[in-house]
Design a protein around this ligand. Sequence first.
Ligand SMILES: [Zn+2]
Length: 393
Amino acid sequence: MRAARHQLLATARRDAQGGAPAVAARRGRLHLTHGVVETPAFMPVGTAGTVKALSPVDLKDAGAQMVLANTYHLWVRPGHRIIESLGGLHRFMDWDGPILTDSGGYQVFSLKDMRKVSEEGVKFRSPLDGEWRMLTPEVAVEIQEALGVDVAMAFDECIEWPADRDRVARSTERTTRWLKRCLEARKHADRTALFGIVQGGFHEDLRIAHAQELAAMDLDGYAIGGLSVGEPREELFATAAWTTPHLPVDKVRYLMGVGYPHDLVDGVLAGVDLFDCVIPTRSARFGSAFTSAGRVTIKHARYRDDPRPLDESCACYTCARFSRAYLRHLFTSNEILAPRLLTLHNVTFYQRLMARIRDAVVEGPDALLQLRSEAVEWMRPLGGEDASADPEP
Ligand SMILES: [Zn+2]
């Protein structure tokens, strides 16, 4: 038995026409060791084994099916062996649903002046304790299997953007070599799936060649990596759309680190099934909420005496019980409940969007394009509020 199986339930397809983007959307069901995930799906980010400010009960209430945790952070603190000895990451954080971990690569490559990259892996100095450590494909697999997660990500090379074509090509080859070492290092392939990561920068031929090379390796799932690194958003979705047609139809596709609500719709149009991003949780902690009427900067003075809920069409606990005026009061008073209530709303908002996307795939391309127009509108500030204006303290 494979640790990941993606069952395709429906597709919506249409060529680009009259300014409307092409539609290559899929509706599916991802079967993993700790449960089934309806796709397309969005994973809230729980970097240190917690989606900041939320309990696992909150996550379930918000409709989250699967969460992402971070190999690097859990390795450095408290250590994967401690988590393993306490029964694994699911038990440690009391989340019984599927968990995906990134490989830690992105974090060690971000350490710029404190790392040394070689064919073996990445040697780095941990900012936490100043100790030198070595992250290799074998170590990344060992940590993720010890955590006992449902999906482990292969350790890949992350390079700067922009990078010249030669550098991208050489790095992509290294990513393939590292992927093979990850596959060799696995000891629990029956319970922890391993997803490979397609690289190739923003070069169509390199992307396609790498997608084909990885497709031939018959992996448990496929991620599209090296995106969301500062490139224009058109390039991101063009690259995803070049890649997906060359991946196996019966395997799940994951677009890492994306994005805003309209980005999720565009990713689904490009044939992606799985997403993660810090945007809904991080922006909530900064007082920014996504609503079906536009974005709300809750500290804004206009909400001082506003009796309405954050989003009048949202059924989350925050919107069912509290006024914008109260939420603003909490934020301006630096109360600990403030980020919690906004995070709960934003995560619910994202999960509800994914449920609507799944319905729209079944309805067809028109329903998806309609939802896309709506999601673009959600990016506007609510009531034309100037989000950049200094909110009243
Ligand atoms: Zn809400």
